[in-house]
Write a protein that binds this ligand. Sequence first.
Ligand code: DGL
Length: 289
Amino acid sequence: MRGPIGVFDSGFGGLTVLRSLLDGLPDHDYLYLADSARAPYGARSMDVIYRYTLEAVEWLFDAGCPLVVLACNTASARALRSIQQRHLPTHRPDRRVLGMVRPSAEALAGLPPGAIPGVTPPANAEGTVAVLGTQGTIASDSYRLELAHLAPRLRLVQQACPMWVPLVEAGELDGPGTDHFIRRYLDPLYAGPDAPRPSKLLLGCTHYPLLLPRIQAAVPGDVTILAQGGIVAERLADWLHRHPEMASRLSTNATRTFVTTDDPEWFATAGAPLLGRSFTATRAELPGR
Ligand code: DGL
């Protein structure tokens, strides 16, 4: 039986990814799950993020999703590899879970979709690039590990921005307080004579595109800022093209369903600007495992 693409985030940041998926792959059905009751995940330990993410992924599988996209860097960096290597082969061999780190690292390296570390020749890209993310994403070193294979000559600077998700979740998208915390994490990259001055900046957290105007204002004008929504939509379309066995199991009636573990009315109201359209949501409990 065919089913929707499951899209998971700890909260509503993943709606920025879903927005691009709806633009790039509009015919597919989507089931978006936000674990708002337990967000943010950013500073939680690896074990907890793995457990929460697995509960969410299993919920989406039970709801009929053959494929789940983790539209959350923290979950992708902390839990995806274990889910792919340990959980799926024994418990769900017919399902797939994809994340944010690989497609974003490919884009940072300037590689086309589908590069395979150790098989595809590494990119010759040089210079310095930066990844901004939650504490969990940066602590995992996932971007460094991925780029070490894909573009070994690229120098990577990683910067955790722990205050940015709380600012976005609180709707504090501009103003002096927000600018203070924008500069607090960007000045080490660009201010001062010894700053590394990366030429590309990856917004490695799905909440951060909401802060884009303030981030742009805080970095030199020639810096390229990469948001993940477009990258992931383009690379998912390519992945489905290369995996017709999965593409044929996805339903295409252009339905969108939104579920949250916290108040659905609040989620729909706060999430509409991120998705770029209004929607309604329902509530679900994630069973502990
Ligand atoms: N939006 C998530 C990400 O991309 C993180 C938000 C959180 O800390 O839960 O990393």
